[in-house]
Design a protein around this ligand. Structure first.
Ligand SMILES: CNc1ncnc2c1ncn2[C@@H]1O[C@H](COP(=O)(O)O)[C@@H](O)[C@H]1O
Ligand SMILES: [Zn+2]
Length: 384
């Protein structure tokens, strides 16, 4: 194939990955903010003399990031974003961005923050996020809750007809509350209790995240245990760094899902596979932070070949300049997956969502409709 035709084929594949309905299970709110919004916010704070805009501009626009740089950047992002109106704005934009690339189900995770100076409590922070989700106009946002099972209008709603442009697009959104590894046991417990309190307002699970070289498993265990006892689904960042003790503890804890699993040794790998915990795979994030040596050597291939349950995710689409469509494209380009394998991968992620059966049913219908359009016989033909 000459270069021109190769470029055209790649472009077509990228478009196909955008058109593919997708399920996003691992996206941090503050890591998914548009660069343009961060720059605008930085400029405003620069004008007020709170930060020096020129110092942060290059940091925001930089592309490759070590773990240390990431967490320094998050501290900066939190200075830029933590007031109620800004939280509302970024939540709205993040959902709009995912919906624009045909993400049909989104679990967005965020760390509830107390900030006395802004009159912010963990609850008011999450309410500001929810306000942002409700402010989205470009698509219908279905913020589902634990009552959804009994909500007839939702379960009977005809879902996105991808071949019918007259229908407004829909996106299901659920919120996961993150425990930051820097937090105390009592702060972590507050987050779990908040999740319980807000379970009828779109909060559907708990996440453990934060700088992987900070904190001790014993500190968050009581909160995670409490969440388990309350029946709240849990996902845990696991093995971003080779912390043997914590990786073992996470596998023994057996959460509903784990993220990353980069630095597992043979024994841990065996255990993960035997208990078949679904894995949230974040290719670009892992390569950029050094959790995986390269795309080609990413552990996606091993898990995929072993038919281990997994789902492609972005982690921090803003921070790492990626999108979920791009992650699917990278899998095709790097590991040679066909369109039907990519479609199956996207569709299989429905099994691992924290939403209940009615939402899953609706998602399956979306994929069925999309299959007709995306998997035409011509789509199977090799590009020439
Ligand atoms: C790169 N890999 C990662 N590993 C671990 N934690 C991460 C992360 N990326 C993001 N976070 C967690 O999410 C927060 C930002 O979003 P929220 O303020 O919660 O919306 C970060 O401060 C960190 O705690
Ligand atoms: Zn993450």
């Amino acid at each position: 194939m000459d270069t021109e035709r190769k470029v055209a084929a790649e472009e077509k594949m990228r478009e196909w990955c955008v058109a593919l309905p997708k399920v996003e299970l691992h996206a941090h709110l503050n890591g998914s903010v548009r660069n343009s919004t961060l720059l605008e916010l930085a400029k405003q704070l620069g004008d007020k003399g709170v930060i020096v805009f020129e110092d942060v501009k290059d940091v925001i626009m930089k592309n490759s990031r070590s773990h240390l740089e990431c967490f320094k950047l998050f501290d900066l992002f939190h200075i830029l974003t933590t007031d109620h109106d800004t939280v509302t704005r970024i939540a709205k934009e993040v959902v709009e961005d995912f919906a624009a690339e045909n993400v049909v189900y989104l679990e967005i995770r965020t760390t509830p923050k107390n900030n006395a100076a802004k009159g912010m409590t963990k609850m008011s922070y999450i309410n500001a996020v929810i306000k942002g989700l409700k402010a989205v106009e470009a698509v219908d946002v279905i913020l589902f809750d634990s009552n959804l099972r009994t909500n007839e209008t939702l379960s009977c709603t005809p879902m996105i007809e991808l071949d019918d442009d007259t229908k407004k697009k829909k996106i299901y959104v659920g919120l996961l509350l993150s425990i930051d590894r820097r937090e105390t046991t009592s702060a972590a417990l507050d987050t779990v209790n908040l999740a319980m309190e807000m379970k009828d307002q779109g909060v559907i699970g708990i996440d453990l995240s934060g700088n992987p070289v900070v904190g001790e498993w014993e500190t968050y265990l009581p909160a995670l245990q409490h969440a388990k006892e309350l029946g709240i689904p849990i996902t845990i960042h696991c093995g971003e760094v080779p912390n043997r003790k914590e990786i073992q503890a996470v596998l023994d804890f057996c959460p509903q899902r784990v993220g990353h699993v980069c630095c597992l040794n043979d024994e841990e790998w065996k255990q993960l596979k035997s208990i078949t915990i679904p894995v949230e795979i974040c290719l670009t994030s892992n390569v950029m932070t050094g959790g995986a040596p390269s795309l080609e050597m990413h552990h996606f291939a091993d898990l995929f070949n072993a038919k281990h349950p997994l789902s492609l995710c972005t982690d921090d689409s803003g921070l790492f300049s990626t999108s979920l469509s791009n992650e699917y494209y990278l899998v095709a380009a790097t590991f040679g997956l066909s369109k039907s394998e990519l479609f199956q991968l996207a569709q299989d992620a429905v099994q691992f969502v924290f939403a209940d059966g009615e939402v899953k049913k609706s998602l399956r219908r979306i994929f069925k409709v999309a299959e007709k359009r995306l998997m035409l016989p011509a789509e199977f033909a090799a590009p020439n």
